[in-house]
Ligand binder design. Structure first.
Ligand code: CP3
Length: 365
């Protein structure tokens, strides 16, 4: 079914706001991507991943692809967190098989002191055009999620110049020249705030901050170098648009131990990876926030009956009233992005099981 032919479904937004829902909504991080043959076909037509991101029609096309296959409860803008540092002048490119890289990583003090936050409506116009285009194509069927990277996670890429296994360069800066790193984070937090607000104005109905590498920080450093800047973003975000509340999800991968602190920065929901038990997490945060997560993406490689069993286990761990009158606010997701090698049939099993098991009232049903 084309997305706009579906009846209006705002279950995802209601779960984020901890309002009653009929079942647990589900979407998947990286739901549009290389595990779908139709994505690879569109990407081939675009010529590269970055061309795909920079072409609003094609970005819209791939955003909708997983929704045509699976009964997902939300769409997520097709883009990348690294478009922001690209717009700051660092020169993003993807070397084949090596992941993202920057032509001009942040190394020299004078370059860092010169850094400024870009105007998203000028330098990231293509993202705003994609958001507007996707909203039109969705026709109110399911909500559209906008997103950005956390300042710390973006700084990792900006300073390292690409992916890193040990974050050696950025952590050397953290310990030796915290003033320089704080400057990068301050400018980046402003850039991310402006960027998310522009996405909200263009039609994003919820936003998510990906703090993918927050879990690499020490206990003390996490608050000072990651959480504090996400809190600053929360304080600057437009929280409603067109009379609707725009919920914000904060996801620190590896951040389970800091859950209470994350819940206190003013977000509506906290994303969790698979290392934290959802029921325990829920007891720790009480009614403060909704929770999103947290199936291990590798569980999708098991046989379909095991995939279904693991989906039920995650739902049951959150608790049976999640889909009932006293909604606890659970959005089902993976604990991190879906692998490019995932069999699409198993994604269908997952999505359908989340719906059927939560409608039946969980383990009692
Ligand atoms: O969830 C979605 O469907 C929306 C699209 C999305 C992408 N990247 C598309 C993408 C989102 C939300 C992201 C976020 C992102 N990008 C993060 C945070 C989330 C996370 O996974 O922790 C990070 C760290 C990045 C940076 C990035 N972009 C990396 C490290 C890579 C290479 C990864 C790989 O698997 O090769 C990318 C490229 C990328 N971003 C792809 C997609 C679909 C694959 C590009 C391709 O088609 O070759």
């Amino acid at each position: 079914m084309s997305p706009s032919a579906r009846p209006k479904n705002d279950t995802f937004l209601r779960a984020l706001l901890r309002e009653p829902v009929d079942y647990t909504p589900v979407w998947l991080m990286r739901q549009a991507g290389r595990y779908l043959p139709e994505y690879n076909e569109t990407r081939r037509r675009a010529g590269s991943f970055l061309n795909l991101c920079k072409n609003p029609q094609l970005a819209c096309e791939v955003t909708l692809q997983p929704l045509a296959r699976f009964e997902l409860d939300a769409a997520i803008l097709f883009s990348d967190i690294l478009t922001v540092p690209d717009a700051m002048g660092l020169g993003l490119y993807f070397a084949d098989g090596e992941g993202p890289k920057f032509e001009r990583p942040l190394r020299e003090e004078w370059v860092i002191r010169d850094l400024t936050a870009p105007d998203p409506n000028v330098h990231l116009r293509y993202v705003m055009d994609a958001v507007a285009e996707i909203r039109r194509a969705l026709g109110g069927s399911v909500p559209l999620i906008g997103f950005a990277g956390s300042p710390w996670t973006l700084a990792c890429y900006m300073v390292e110049g690409g992916s890193s296994s040990d974050y050696r360069t950025v952590k050397t800066m953290l310990y030796d020249r915290p003033d320089l790193l704080h400057h990068i984070l301050t400018v980046t937090a402003k850039a991310v705030t402006d960027y998310l607000n522009a996405q909200i104005e263009s039609g994003a109905q919820a936003v998510m901050i990906f703090d993918s590498w927050g879990g690499a920080l020490s206990h003390a450093a996490y608050r000072e170098f990651s959480l504090a800047y996400m809190q600053r973003i929360m304080a600057g975000l437009k929280r409603s648009h067109d009379g609707q509340r725009v919920p914000c999800i904060v996801f620190t991968k590896g951040g389970g131990q800091w859950l209470e602190a994350i819940a206190d920065i003013g977000c509506d929901a906290v994303g969790l990876d698979w290392t934290t038990d959802l029921g325990e997490a829920r007891r720790r945060v009480g009614a403060r926030v909704a929770l999103q997560g947290n199936l291990d993406p590798m569980a999708l490689f098991a046989s379909p009956d095991k995939v279904a069993a693991e989906a039920r286990r995650v739902l049951d761990s959150f608790g049976a009233d999640a889909g009932g009158e006293n909604s606890g606010g659970h959005v089902f997701n993976l604990g991190h992005g879906i692998s490019q090698f995932t069999p699409p049939e198993n994604v269908k099993v997952l999505v359908d099981t989340v719906h059927s098991h939560s409608r039946r009232g969980f383990a009692r049903g």
